[in-house]
Ligand binder design. Structure first.
Ligand code: BTN
Length: 251
Protein backbone atom coordinates (compact mmCIF):
# COMPACT_ATOMS: atom_id res chain seq x y z
CA UNK A 1 0.00 0.00 0.00
CA UNK A 2 1.44 3.34 -0.99
CA UNK A 3 1.77 6.22 1.41
CA UNK A 4 -0.30 4.75 4.22
CA UNK A 5 0.70 5.05 7.86
CA UNK A 6 -0.14 2.15 10.17
CA UNK A 7 -0.56 2.79 13.90
CA UNK A 8 -0.63 -0.38 15.99
CA UNK A 9 -1.91 -0.17 19.54
CA UNK A 10 -1.96 -2.96 22.16
CA UNK A 11 -5.37 -1.79 23.36
CA UNK A 12 -7.68 1.18 23.01
CA UNK A 13 -11.32 1.92 23.73
CA UNK A 14 -12.24 2.11 20.06
CA UNK A 15 -10.07 2.56 16.97
CA UNK A 16 -12.82 4.68 15.38
CA UNK A 17 -12.88 7.05 18.36
CA UNK A 18 -9.07 7.19 18.34
CA UNK A 19 -9.11 8.05 14.62
CA UNK A 20 -11.64 10.83 15.09
CA UNK A 21 -9.87 12.27 18.14
CA UNK A 22 -6.39 12.20 16.59
CA UNK A 23 -6.98 12.79 12.89
CA UNK A 24 -5.49 16.26 13.05
CA UNK A 25 -2.09 14.83 13.87
CA UNK A 26 -2.13 12.19 11.09
CA UNK A 27 0.43 13.26 8.50
CA UNK A 28 -0.68 10.90 5.70
CA UNK A 29 -3.82 11.02 3.61
CA UNK A 30 -4.59 7.48 4.79
CA UNK A 31 -3.88 6.12 8.27
CA UNK A 32 -4.79 2.66 9.51
CA UNK A 33 -5.29 2.29 13.26
CA UNK A 34 -5.16 -1.29 14.44
CA UNK A 35 -5.70 -2.44 18.02
CA UNK A 36 -4.95 -5.83 19.48
CA UNK A 37 -7.97 -5.43 21.76
CA UNK A 38 -10.75 -2.88 22.05
CA UNK A 39 -12.14 -2.11 25.48
CA UNK A 40 -15.25 -0.30 24.25
CA UNK A 41 -15.73 -1.30 20.63
CA UNK A 42 -18.63 0.53 19.03
CA UNK A 43 -21.18 -0.88 16.60
CA UNK A 44 -23.86 0.63 14.38
CA UNK A 45 -26.97 2.23 15.83
CA UNK A 46 -25.19 2.95 19.14
CA UNK A 47 -24.62 -0.70 19.96
CA UNK A 48 -21.54 -2.18 21.67
CA UNK A 49 -19.19 -4.34 19.63
CA UNK A 50 -17.47 -7.13 21.54
CA UNK A 51 -13.77 -6.96 20.67
CA UNK A 52 -11.91 -7.37 23.96
CA UNK A 53 -9.77 -10.27 22.73
CA UNK A 54 -6.65 -10.46 20.61
CA UNK A 55 -7.90 -13.00 18.05
CA UNK A 56 -9.75 -10.51 15.87
CA UNK A 57 -8.99 -7.79 13.35
CA UNK A 58 -10.13 -4.54 14.96
CA UNK A 59 -9.10 -1.58 12.84
CA UNK A 60 -10.09 1.72 11.30
CA UNK A 61 -9.05 3.23 7.98
CA UNK A 62 -8.94 7.02 8.37
CA UNK A 63 -8.98 8.99 5.13
CA UNK A 64 -8.33 12.72 5.00
CA UNK A 65 -9.48 13.65 1.48
CA UNK A 66 -7.89 16.54 -0.33
CA UNK A 67 -10.29 19.47 -0.58
CA UNK A 68 -13.24 18.93 -2.93
CA UNK A 69 -12.09 15.50 -4.09
CA UNK A 70 -15.12 13.64 -2.75
CA UNK A 71 -18.71 14.71 -2.17
CA UNK A 72 -20.70 13.98 1.01
CA UNK A 73 -23.11 11.91 -1.17
CA UNK A 74 -20.29 9.61 -2.23
CA UNK A 75 -19.23 9.16 1.39
CA UNK A 76 -22.61 7.50 2.00
CA UNK A 77 -21.35 4.67 -0.20
CA UNK A 78 -18.35 3.92 2.03
CA UNK A 79 -20.13 1.19 4.06
CA UNK A 80 -21.10 -0.51 0.80
CA UNK A 81 -17.56 -0.18 -0.56
CA UNK A 82 -16.00 -1.50 2.66
CA UNK A 83 -18.32 -4.52 2.84
CA UNK A 84 -17.64 -5.55 -0.77
CA UNK A 85 -13.88 -5.20 -0.39
CA UNK A 86 -13.82 -7.09 2.92
CA UNK A 87 -15.85 -9.96 1.48
CA UNK A 88 -13.53 -10.04 -1.56
CA UNK A 89 -10.41 -10.22 0.66
CA UNK A 90 -11.96 -13.04 2.70
CA UNK A 91 -12.66 -14.95 -0.50
CA UNK A 92 -9.10 -14.38 -1.79
CA UNK A 93 -7.49 -15.56 1.43
CA UNK A 94 -9.84 -18.31 2.63
CA UNK A 95 -11.45 -19.35 -0.65
CA UNK A 96 -14.95 -19.02 0.81
CA UNK A 97 -17.69 -16.73 -0.33
CA UNK A 98 -19.03 -14.87 2.70
CA UNK A 99 -22.38 -13.12 2.30
CA UNK A 100 -23.21 -9.47 2.90
CA UNK A 101 -26.35 -8.62 4.81
CA UNK A 102 -27.41 -5.05 4.10
CA UNK A 103 -25.89 -2.67 4.69
CA UNK A 104 -22.59 -4.11 5.76
CA UNK A 105 -22.63 -7.14 8.03
CA UNK A 106 -20.65 -10.08 6.69
CA UNK A 107 -22.00 -13.53 7.47
CA UNK A 108 -20.93 -17.13 7.03
CA UNK A 109 -23.51 -19.90 7.42
CA UNK A 110 -25.98 -17.36 8.77
CA UNK A 111 -23.71 -16.04 11.54
CA UNK A 112 -21.86 -12.72 11.64
CA UNK A 113 -18.06 -12.68 11.19
CA UNK A 114 -17.62 -8.98 10.51
CA UNK A 115 -19.27 -5.66 11.31
CA UNK A 116 -18.48 -2.26 9.83
CA UNK A 117 -19.02 1.21 11.27
CA UNK A 118 -18.35 4.18 8.97
CA UNK A 119 -18.24 7.69 10.34
CA UNK A 120 -17.28 11.01 8.77
CA UNK A 121 -16.68 14.66 9.50
CA UNK A 122 -18.24 17.05 6.99
CA UNK A 123 -18.08 20.83 7.38
CA UNK A 124 -19.77 23.23 4.94
CA UNK A 125 -20.20 20.39 2.44
CA UNK A 126 -16.45 19.60 2.63
CA UNK A 127 -15.53 16.07 3.62
CA UNK A 128 -12.69 16.46 6.14
CA UNK A 129 -12.48 12.92 7.46
CA UNK A 130 -13.80 9.46 6.65
CA UNK A 131 -13.36 6.67 9.20
CA UNK A 132 -14.10 3.10 8.13
CA UNK A 133 -14.11 0.89 11.22
CA UNK A 134 -13.98 -2.84 10.60
CA UNK A 135 -14.22 -5.62 13.18
CA UNK A 136 -13.65 -9.23 12.11
CA UNK A 137 -13.69 -12.38 14.21
CA UNK A 138 -10.61 -14.09 12.81
CA UNK A 139 -8.91 -16.75 14.92
CA UNK A 140 -11.28 -17.22 17.87
CA UNK A 141 -11.82 -20.89 18.72
CA UNK A 142 -15.16 -20.11 20.36
CA UNK A 143 -17.45 -17.13 20.63
CA UNK A 144 -18.40 -15.37 23.85
CA UNK A 145 -21.59 -17.02 25.21
CA UNK A 146 -23.47 -13.72 24.84
CA UNK A 147 -23.10 -13.82 21.05
CA UNK A 148 -22.45 -17.48 20.17
CA UNK A 149 -25.91 -17.88 18.62
CA UNK A 150 -25.42 -15.04 16.17
CA UNK A 151 -21.66 -14.72 15.64
CA UNK A 152 -18.83 -16.91 14.43
CA UNK A 153 -15.16 -16.57 13.47
CA UNK A 154 -13.34 -17.26 10.23
CA UNK A 155 -11.34 -19.97 12.02
CA UNK A 156 -14.48 -21.66 13.33
CA UNK A 157 -15.92 -21.80 9.81
CA UNK A 158 -12.81 -22.76 7.86
CA UNK A 159 -10.41 -24.40 10.38
CA UNK A 160 -7.77 -22.14 8.86
CA UNK A 161 -5.54 -19.90 10.98
CA UNK A 162 -4.61 -16.71 9.16
CA UNK A 163 -2.42 -13.82 10.26
CA UNK A 164 -4.59 -10.89 11.34
CA UNK A 165 -2.02 -8.48 9.85
CA UNK A 166 -2.20 -10.20 6.46
CA UNK A 167 -5.98 -10.01 6.41
CA UNK A 168 -5.95 -6.32 7.37
CA UNK A 169 -3.32 -5.54 4.71
CA UNK A 170 -5.42 -7.18 2.01
CA UNK A 171 -8.61 -5.41 3.03
CA UNK A 172 -6.89 -2.02 3.31
CA UNK A 173 -5.21 -2.49 -0.09
CA UNK A 174 -8.62 -3.26 -1.64
CA UNK A 175 -10.28 -0.30 0.08
CA UNK A 176 -7.58 2.18 -1.00
CA UNK A 177 -7.84 1.09 -4.67
CA UNK A 178 -11.63 1.08 -4.65
CA UNK A 179 -11.79 4.48 -2.93
CA UNK A 180 -9.52 5.90 -5.62
CA UNK A 181 -11.75 4.50 -8.37
CA UNK A 182 -14.81 5.91 -6.65
CA UNK A 183 -13.20 9.33 -6.32
CA UNK A 184 -12.53 9.28 -10.06
CA UNK A 185 -16.21 8.58 -10.73
CA UNK A 186 -16.62 4.81 -10.85
CA UNK A 187 -19.31 4.09 -8.31
CA UNK A 188 -20.95 1.33 -10.35
CA UNK A 189 -18.10 -1.07 -9.52
CA UNK A 190 -18.85 -0.63 -5.81
CA UNK A 191 -22.53 -1.46 -6.19
CA UNK A 192 -21.74 -4.42 -8.46
CA UNK A 193 -19.25 -5.88 -5.99
CA UNK A 194 -21.69 -5.51 -3.11
CA UNK A 195 -24.39 -7.27 -5.14
CA UNK A 196 -21.96 -10.06 -6.00
CA UNK A 197 -21.68 -11.00 -2.31
CA UNK A 198 -25.17 -9.97 -1.16
CA UNK A 199 -27.50 -12.44 0.52
CA UNK A 200 -30.37 -10.01 0.10
CA UNK A 201 -31.53 -10.72 -3.44
CA UNK A 202 -35.21 -11.70 -3.28
CA UNK A 203 -34.88 -12.38 0.44
CA UNK A 204 -37.83 -11.83 2.73
CA UNK A 205 -36.78 -9.25 5.31
CA UNK A 206 -38.32 -8.11 8.55
CA UNK A 207 -37.29 -4.64 9.60
CA UNK A 208 -38.10 -2.08 12.24
CA UNK A 209 -38.65 1.56 11.42
CA UNK A 210 -39.24 3.63 14.51
CA UNK A 211 -41.28 1.37 16.78
CA UNK A 212 -43.04 -0.67 14.11
CA UNK A 213 -42.17 -3.97 12.48
CA UNK A 214 -42.55 -4.46 8.71
CA UNK A 215 -42.02 -7.25 6.21
CA UNK A 216 -40.82 -6.83 2.61
CA UNK A 217 -38.90 -8.57 -0.18
CA UNK A 218 -35.47 -7.07 -0.87
CA UNK A 219 -34.34 -6.45 -4.43
CA UNK A 220 -30.75 -5.26 -4.07
CA UNK A 221 -29.39 -1.74 -3.60
CA UNK A 222 -29.72 1.40 -5.66
CA UNK A 223 -26.90 3.72 -6.78
CA UNK A 224 -27.05 5.53 -3.43
CA UNK A 225 -26.63 2.35 -1.43
CA UNK A 226 -30.26 2.29 -0.25
CA UNK A 227 -31.99 -1.09 -0.05
CA UNK A 228 -34.72 -1.49 -2.67
CA UNK A 229 -37.61 -3.59 -1.43
CA UNK A 230 -41.14 -4.49 -2.38
CA UNK A 231 -43.78 -4.10 0.25
CA UNK A 232 -47.52 -4.47 -0.35
CA UNK A 233 -47.04 -4.07 -4.10
CA UNK A 234 -45.00 -0.88 -3.75
CA UNK A 235 -41.29 -0.29 -4.28
CA UNK A 236 -39.68 1.27 -1.22
CA UNK A 237 -36.15 2.51 -0.49
CA UNK A 238 -34.69 1.84 2.93
CA UNK A 239 -32.01 3.99 4.47
CA UNK A 240 -29.53 2.25 6.77
CA UNK A 241 -29.43 5.13 9.23
CA UNK A 242 -33.12 4.78 10.11
CA UNK A 243 -33.95 1.11 9.90
CA UNK A 244 -32.73 -2.10 11.45
CA UNK A 245 -33.10 -5.45 9.66
CA UNK A 246 -34.38 -8.07 12.10
CA UNK A 247 -34.30 -11.17 9.92
CA UNK A 248 -33.49 -12.29 6.41
CA UNK A 249 -34.49 -15.55 4.76
CA UNK A 250 -34.47 -16.82 1.19
CA UNK A 251 -37.78 -16.74 -0.61
C1 BTN B 1 -21.53 -3.36 13.81
O1 BTN B 1 -21.50 -4.57 13.60
O2 BTN B 1 -22.54 -2.80 14.27
C2 BTN B 1 -20.32 -2.54 13.45
C3 BTN B 1 -19.13 -2.98 14.23
C4 BTN B 1 -17.88 -2.19 13.89
C5 BTN B 1 -16.72 -2.61 14.76
C6 BTN B 1 -15.43 -1.96 14.36
S1 BTN B 1 -14.05 -2.67 15.21
C7 BTN B 1 -13.03 -1.37 14.70
C8 BTN B 1 -13.84 -0.10 14.78
N1 BTN B 1 -13.80 0.46 16.11
C9 BTN B 1 -15.00 0.44 16.70
O3 BTN B 1 -15.23 0.86 17.86
N2 BTN B 1 -15.90 -0.09 15.89
C10 BTN B 1 -15.34 -0.48 14.63
Amino acid sequence: MCDVEIIKLPYINSTNTYAKDNAQSFSKKITVIQAERQLQGRGRLGRDFLSDNSDGAWFSVAIKPEKNTISPQKVLLMPILAAGETAAAIEDIYGIKAGIKWPNDILINGKKVCGILCESRVVDNNVLLIVIGIGINVNQKAMHPDIEDIATSLFMETATQVSVDLLIQNICGNIVCSYDRMRRGNTDGIIDKWNEYSIMNNAVITYTKGQSLHSAVSKGIDRQGRLIAEQDGLTIYLDSSEISIKSTRSK
